[in-house]
Design a protein around this ligand. Structure first.
Ligand code: NAD
Length: 260
């Protein structure tokens, strides 16, 4: 894969998990990074971890809640002011919410999941796309989920928000393909990040590791994914080598979403 030298990539939810893993892959490939998270402590720790493996990387940290449109405008403006433009956007920040049957689901938690996972992704698209139009193009990767392809028991708002991410990806692709902006989504299955570790705690509070093992047994590969697997896929989708792929939601799940 060609280098990302001189390219600027914005990554939301970069403080841990898939955002951090992808930041590390891109920093090692020479990208300038604008890393965004609402958890300031996690963000600073992430910066140190990235610098430890890619000392040359230029890294801008921005504390922002992606569900706040003003904060999104601000992370876009700060990135442009620091690096001049945005070549790639990993629109990743998201939360799972609490697991509960739909009739019992707490409406406030429901709204929060929609605000972050759906509106946060939308605000990102809304404010990054004009910068890419000026730049003559760009590449965007939104984060859906296997829950954006199939239903997931007890995760109604998460599934609704991730199906919406897949839909918004199609719309951004058909509206801005003419500007050289390619928009795709990824649909990770169970990749072992802090979010997924928390989900296993909800499934089996007494023994989360047992829940993890049981879940892995259901996967065609009999294992969970590694965050770096996702980082490598995202790097490809943001790279020069990836051309003419637009509006797709690409599963990275060991084949789990094909199971009947
Ligand atoms: P994680 O909880 O491990 O990390 C998410 C990061 O995003 C955290 O640093 C958190 O502080 C940040 N964040 C959350 N809400 C934010 C907000 N409103 N504004 C700014 N930052 C915010 O989660 P993860 O597993 O790395 O998940 C990342 C994305 O991938 C999410 O959209 C998630 O739904 C999606 N996803 C993950 C998996 C998986 O298996 N890990 C599977 C499918 C989809």
């Amino acid at each position: 894969m060609s280098t990302f030298k001189g390219k600027t990539i914005v990554i939301t939810g970069a403080g841990m998990g898939l955002g951090l893993a992808t930041s590390k892959v891109l920093a090692q490939k020479g990208a300038n990074l604008s890393i965004v998270d609402y958890n300031e402590e996690a963000l600073e720790k992430a910066k140190k971890e990235i610098q430890a493996i890619a000392p040359e990387a230029k890294i801008l940290t921005i504390v922002a809640d992606v569900s706040d449109e003003e904060a999104v405008k601000n992370y876009v403006a700060k990135t442009v002011s620091e690096f001049g433009t945005i070549d790639g956007f990993y629109n990743n920040a998201g939360i799972e919410g609490k697991q509960a049957p739909l009739v019992d689901y707490d409406v406030n938690v429901f709204k929060k999941v929609i605000d972050i996972n759906l509106m946060g992704v939308y605000y990102g698209l809304k404010h990054v796309i004009p910068v890419m139009q000026k730049n003559g193009g760009g590449k965007i990767v939104n984060v859906a989920s296997v829950g954006g392809i199939r239903g997931v028991v007890n995760q109604m708002p998460y599934v609704a928000s991730k199906h919406a991410v897949s839909g918004m990806t199609k719309n951004a692709a058909i509206e801005y393909g003419r500007d050289g902006i390619y928009t795709n989504a990824i649909a990770p299955g169970a990749i072992l990040t802090p979010m997924v570790a928390e989900a296993f705690k909800q499934v089996n509070p007494a023994d989360p590791k047992a829940a993890e093992k049981e879940y892995a047994q259901r996967n065609p590969t009999r294992k969970l994914g590694d965050p770096e697997n996702v980082g490598n896929l995202v790097a490809f989708l943001l790279s020069e080598e990836c051309q003419y792929v637009n509006g797709q939601t690409i599963a990275i799940d060991g084949g789990e979403s094909n199971l009947y």
